[in-house]
Design a protein around this ligand. Structure first.
Ligand code: ADP
Length: 627
């Protein structure tokens, strides 16, 4: 069939010169290491496409093979492609012409490996191997072992076999349309189409018994369309290939499918994933991508001098979500691991970033809120804790004040007790007389009762002073009353120190809301400090003055002024610091506790010096009504 091109004889002469080398090559060939001889140049791979460049099947497989080869060799490879056009020109003359053309074309660039895509390309290169690529390894893909065995492939021609088992495509259709009753199988009139129809008849022999089965063949494209438009709705349609119709019109199978599917009245399935987008619901196939990859893998191994053997490329189910929707078929009925194309992206897929951002934002917000709540709880707990500390401190302060005033209080208590004693003794003496004057006795008893009352009041004040608080006892009361009770507690001490105490009060109530005992403690602290400051003053100048009044209509102000040594200007603020003291036995806590109490009840306290000498301490508290 093939005439040897004239250049062949020249090659023999060259080889004869290097007889030994040829022998070595022959030995390597026999061992399957033919390509181990590639030295000093890039390896050459020829990819043979069976039809023209528009057939997606071989285009996809070829592209994938090229990509893999380029990648694996980092581009150091010479890749050639030929399109044999054997569907439109199946005649021997064309095959012969192509073989001669390629024999000459590749004379100086003999391929090391030939990749044949599909059955007809394989048959072509096996028949014309001597002329085109005498030393090359031939690897192929695109058909199954059955077809392979019919080709009588010589040893050393190795393939990536694939089973385009149409029964598996029917399996997918059956899963989606379990109630279908009719089965239509469409095939064209080209040789390849007829091969397909033959193998479908064999592969579907068993399964087709469950349906009213009709093979549509030897039809023109228009007749196919006409039949397709009248399929009963409960039909499964398998579209094999139409490379040519009965009129001899050539097609790319996917185009023919598109024409038929556009008018079809029932879902169509097919054995090629390149049919996706042309109107098929789905099918089962070896993808052309994986074919290209697999055959390139064989080629790479061959180039590396590794022994290669036939392999099997796995099949997968595929489906088109738009067609499922069109025919109302359920996605969940698809076999597991079906590659589903054109599925409408979920909200997550469509706006994943946005959704993730929103979730992150909400999570962050939740985190911040939790943090704030936690912080708030902590603050409350801390506030509670510090309030408890304050209560304890105030109590300590009260005890210290009571201790400091104890001598004068004891002295004060002595007066009524002493009076009671002398009155009792007087009454005793009167009663010893013969005619005791009962009126005087009655008068004495009344005095004893008064003195007892006075002593009781003193003890009551002392108990009030020492009263311990576990929680603030909020009350509304008149600040004037607290000023009075404080003066009562202090007056004995003041007397002892020769301090003249005076109080200027308004003629109306000064209502505040606070713990009465706490405010009394503030006043006692300020007053005892004032008396301390006047220790060195001459006795006639020792004056302690209380002045209570309304302040700004919403506040109550109490000032306690003295005629003592005053406060250095730069100490007016720091006198309130804890542990600041100028006294040898001082603790430096009185003023800091006073400030803490006043602030607890929403007020303010500050110190000043009086123009005429001495200090004045003022504090304001919110008026109870305003508060
Ligand atoms: P302590 O009385 O134990 O020293 P305080 O906190 O009550 O603690 O007072 C702190 C300091 O403030 C006093 O040591 C004193 O120097 C000064 N101070 C307080 N009140 C007056 C006052 N009325 N006149 C002058 N100095 C004062």
């Amino acid at each position: 069939m093939l005439r040897d091109p004239p250049v062949r004889s020249r090659r023999r002469v060259q080889n004869a010169v290097g007889f030994l080398a040829v022998m070595l090559v022959a030995i390597f060939l026999a061992c399957g290491f033919a390509t181990a001889e590639i030295v000093g140049r890039s390896p050459r791979v020829l990819i043979l496409h069976p039809y023209d460049e528009w057939l997606p099947a071989s285009a996809i497989a070829g592209d994938n093979a090229r990509e893999r080869l380029q990648e694996a060799t980092a581009g150091k490879i010479d890749l050639f492609s030929e399109y044999l056009d054997l569907s439109r020109f199946p005649e021997p003359a064309h095959i012969d012409r192509m073989a001669r053309y390629m024999a000459e074309k590749y004379f100086d660039h003999r391929p090391d490996v030939v990749i044949a895509l599909g059955e007809s390309a394989t048959r072509f290169i096996v028949s014309n191997r001597e002329a085109i690529a005498p030393d090359a390894k031939i690897v192929f893909c695109g058909f199954g072992r059955d077809s392979g065995s019919k080709l009588n492939l010589p040893a050393g021609v190795v393939g990536a076999f694939s089973e385009f088992d149409i029964a598996k495509t029917l399996e997918l259709a059956r899963a989606l349309q379990p109630d279908a009753e009719n089965l239509f199988i469409i095939g064209g009139s080209a040789a390849f189409d007829r091969t397909w129809l033959d193998s479908a008849r064999t592969d579907l022999a068993a399964a087709s018994k469950d349906y009213a089965t009709t093979y549509l063949e030897d039809y023109s494209i228009n007749e196919f369309v006409e039949r397709a438009s009248h399929f009963p709705p409960d039909s499964i349609v398998l579209f094999l290939t139409i490379l040519a119709d009965s009129t001899g019109r050539n097609f790319l199978p996917k185009d023919a499918l598109g024409i038929v599917a556009a008018k079809a009245s029932a879902p169509i399935y097919g054995p090629y994933d390149t049919y996706i987008g042309q109107g098929v619901v789905g099918g089962n196939s070896v993808t052309f991508e994986s074919l290209g990859n697999a055959v390139a893998g064989l080629a790479l191994d061959a180039l590396a001098g590794k022994p290669i053997t036939d392999i099997e490329v796995p099949q997968t189910f595929f489906a088109d979500a738009r067609q499922l929707k069109r025919w109302g078929l359920s996605e969940s009925a698809l076999p597991a691991e079906t590659a589903l194309s054109f599925r409408e992206p979920t909200l997550w897929e469509q706006h994943g970033d946005l959704v993730a951002g929103a979730i992150a934002l909400v999570a962050l917000q939740a985190l911040i809120i939790t943090g704030l709540l936690f912080e708030r709880r902590r603050r409350f707990a801390a506030e509670g804790e510090s309030r408890l500390r304050l209560l304890e401190l105030v109590h300590m302060n009260q005890s210290a004040t009571a201790g400091a005033l104890s001598a004068s209080i004891a002295h004060e208590l002595n007066q009524p007790l002493g009076a009671i004693l002398s009155n009792a003794e007087a009454a005793e003496a009167i009663l010893k007389g013969k005619t005791p004057d009962l009126n005087i006795i009655q008068q004495i008893l009344a005095d004893i009762k008064d003195d007892d009352q006075r002593a009781g009041n003193i003890i009551l004040r002392l108990r009030g002073l020492l009263k311990k608080r576990n929680a603030i006892d909020w009350q509304e009361f008149d600040l004037n009353e607290v000023v009075d009770s404080s003066i009562n507690i202090l007056h004995a001490e003041a007397e002892k120190r020769r301090v003249v105490v005076s109080a200027e009060k308004p003629g109306h109530r000064l209502p505040v809301r606070a713990d009465r005992v706490h405010l009394q403690q503030v006043i006692l602290n300020l007053a005892t400090n004032a008396m301390d400051a006047m220790t060195d003053a001459s006795t006639i100048d020792r004056k302690l003055t209380f002045h209570a009044a309304l302040h700004d209509d919403a506040k109550v102000e109490l000032s306690i002024s003295d005629t003592g040594h005053g406060i250095p200007k730069n100490r007016l603020d720091s006198v309130f610091d804890a542990f600041y003291t100028t006294k040898s036995t001082g603790t430096g806590l009185g003023l800091s506790i006073a400030r803490a109490i006043v602030e607890t009840y929403g007020g303010k306290i500050w110190a000043d010096n009086r123009a005429g000498g001495g200090a004045v301490f003022r504090f304001v508290l919110p008026l109870a009504e305003a508060a």
